[in-house]
Design a protein. Sequence first.
Length: 80
Amino acid sequence: MAVVRRVPPPGHISEKELAIVRLLAKGYTKPEIAEQLEVSTDTVRTHLSRLRARWNAKTSAQLVAIAKDAQLLPPPPRTQ
């Protein structure tokens, strides 16, 4: 049976949360995200925790999948 995820409306994500999810989707670790955004690792953890709760996601991978479904992530580059 297929699992259907409820796609969150894009208006329910802050610019900082969006930046964090986009870096997470690129494979950055929490410390790397913190360094890129010039915030603490605890701040990154807090944003991710709040997003997981809001979007009912259990893992960071689920967060990325939901963001992808909501078209919040840029499309992957085409390979030739």
